[in-house]
Design a protein around this ligand. Structure first.
Ligand code: S1T
Length: 548
């Protein structure tokens, strides 16, 4: 019995770290789905709407490493998953899109085919714009090399890729998929880069390391933590990098949020004379509300396979090779002194404990989740866009997946399901009511797969983050949806929460209940912002009004 093209593809995905396939079939993808189910190489999980398929596959790879896999049908299915793929591209996620497609004889039938847009190549052209590589597997003889090239590009660039599979191909006999060898960086250039970088750090009075998403994407957290330890180099994370190295022996001092964040962290970043940006995307969400514009010429940027120092660039220095070269060279701490902890919040600044019957606020959610983790250990977090993400900045540092840069809503609930599928760990979800309206219903798929996330809905009856900028916009009003009452119909338990005391009690009950998702519908006054979002909004308004 020969091995099929689909089996070879699944074996190649598994060999590159994939542990499951998320998908929704369609007639152009039925042969592929049949082979996926028959081959038992990777479990297949289906969702209700393709954005969730993409978000789950994205989060699976963020939390576990390796490749994430989203399988969809041609046209209506593929265009539905497109926004999730765009977000994966922006946020450096190695997501593999498998799309069914018309068979060769259909493509030449002379008919316009169902699901077709402008031409049969329209989808191919659109996906080329949001992926690092693509292949059409229309020939079993060339498929092994094409699959190897595309999947290894995904891992090497940490970007999504696209494989289009005509429906007469999955069951065709096919040879094994090889691995492609990555070109090793020039050893002299790598040595020169590492030597210069260490010289700059040793010459600095206030060196600082900022860890960004590539440190997670290339599985370098332990090595970067070891490098910082040997150098006695203080570490912070970017906004997108929140949660990185949270389980390191010395976790980061905190997260850089400019004017919206901890003034000590802001001072360290903005006054560093050797800011080492490791895998940090230089985006507005990471740097927009700086109190003083960081002169990137005085930083050391290692991103996207190159290192920029001052006015010169080392063009081919992958982050993993750089970290290894630095570790080989470090033999003494930096003269700038030991990595000091950020000053602990003084007792005077410690918030006064609020009455249990006080209306629940975003900060109460941060405090309650932090307290839960202190009692029971770290739980991975999945956050959506909105004040929930700013609220998460005040939670104890823990592994966090969130669309912090592309900022596509509807991410967190499907992402949590993907995280639990890939890691087996129970996640906590923070999501606003607006984002929950988009994809919260995917919780209905949790029971049949045994997933049981704890979902905290910040139900402020509005698109509050937008209202913070446009208070008079009535279009931001959403009305109050009774999400707690809807949980049972989807196979979970709902908890209506109005006060701080009810929040703490509901979270304890939710944590103690396994096998059913738990939905905390936390009613929050529309004008109640997290402290971080409040500072962010004020900073943006101040910086966007010249002379403000
Ligand atoms: N649609 C999608 C898919 N993603 C988006 N980011 C937006 C629209 C724009 C947008 C925001 S924040 C926000 C929207 C609509 C409101 C979020 O409302 P909710 O989930 O209830 O959270 P909260 O009330 O905490 O704001 C970003 C700025 O572009």
């Amino acid at each position: 019995m020969s091995t099929t093209l689909a089996q070879r593809l699944l074996q190649a995905l598994k060999a590159r770290g994939a542990t499951e396939v998320f998908g929704i079939p369609g007639d152009f993808a039925l042969p592929l789905f049949r082979e996926i189910e028959r081959s038992v190489e990777l479990p297949l999980y289906t969702f209700s709407h393709e954005p969730a398929v993409g978000f789950a596959a994205d989060a699976a790879t963020r939390i576990r490493g390796g490749l994430g896999v989203a399988a969809v049908t041609y046209g209506a299915g593929a265009f539905n998953v497109l926004n999730a793929v765009a977000g994966a591209y922006a946020e450096r996620v190695p997501l593999v899109v498998l799309s069914g497609a018309p068979a060769a004889h259909e493509a030449t039938s002379g008919y316009l085919l169902h699901h077709q847009v402008k031409t049969l190549d329209s989808q191919w052209r659109v996906f080329r714009e949001v992926t690092a590589d693509a292949a059409r597997l229309d020939d079993p003889k060339t498929a092994p090399q094409d699959i190897a090239r595309v999947l290894d590009t995904a891992l090497r660039t940490s970007r999504p890729v696209y494989l289009e599979i005509p429906r007469d191909m999955p069951a065709r006999p096919c040879e094994a998929v090889p691995f492609t060898a990555a070109d090793a960086p020039d050893p002299d250039a790598l040595a020169a880069c590492a030597d210069e970088l260490l010289q700059r750090l040793h010459a600095a009075a206030r060196p600082l390391l900022m860890a960004g998403v590539e440190v997670r994407r290339y599985a370098l957290e332990a090595k970067v933590a070891e490098l910082a330890r040997r150098l006695s180099l203080p570490v912070v994370t970017s906004f997108m990098g929140r949660g990185l190295m949270s389980d390191a022996p010395t976790p980061p001092l905190g997260t850089y949020l400019g004017l919206a964040g901890d003034p000590d962290i802001t001072d360290r970043v903005e006054h560093s004379d050797a800011l080492l940006l490791l895998g940090v995307i230089v985006s507005d969400t990471n740097f927009a509300v700086s109190s003083r514009r960081i002169d990137l010429r005085h930083t050391i940027q290692a991103l996207d396979g190159r290192v920029i120092m001052g006015h010169h660039v080392y063009p081919d220095v992958p982050l993993d090779a750089l970290i290894d070269a630095l570790l080989q060279r470090v033999d003494r701490p930096l003269p700038s002194g030991a990595a000091t902890r950020a000053p602990a919040a003084s007792a005077a600044s410690a918030p006064t404990p609020r009455a249990a019957d006080a209306p629940a606020l975003p900060m109460d959610i941060a405090d309650a989740v932090s307290a839960l983790m202190q009692r029971h250990g770290t739980l991975p977090l999945a956050c959506d866009v909105g004040d929930c993400l700013f609220t998460a900045m005040d939670i104890t540092q823990a592994p966090l997946v969130a669309p912090g840069y592309y900022a596509g809503m509807g991410y967190a609930v499907p992402a949590a399901l993907g995280m639990q599928a890939a890691s087996g760990r129970r996640p906590i979800v923070l999501v606003g009511d607006g984002a929950f309206q988009m994809t919260g219903w995917e919780l209905g798929n949790a029971r049949r797969y045994g997933w049981d996330p704890i979902v905290i809905v910040l139900n402020n009856a509005s698109w509050q983050m937008l209202r913070a900028f446009e208070p008079e916009g009535r279009y931001n009003d959403l009305g109050t949806w009774d999400f707690a009452s809807m949980a049972a119909g989807m196979g979970g338990d709902g908890h209506l929460v109005r006060t701080r005391g009810e929040l703490v009690a509901a979270l304890d009950t939710a944590h103690a209940t396994r096998g059913r998702f738990q939905l905390l519908d936390v009613r929050i006054a529309p004008d109640a912002l997290s402290p971080t979002l409040d500072r962010f909004v004020k900073a943006v308004k101040r910086l966007s009004m010249p002379g403000a």
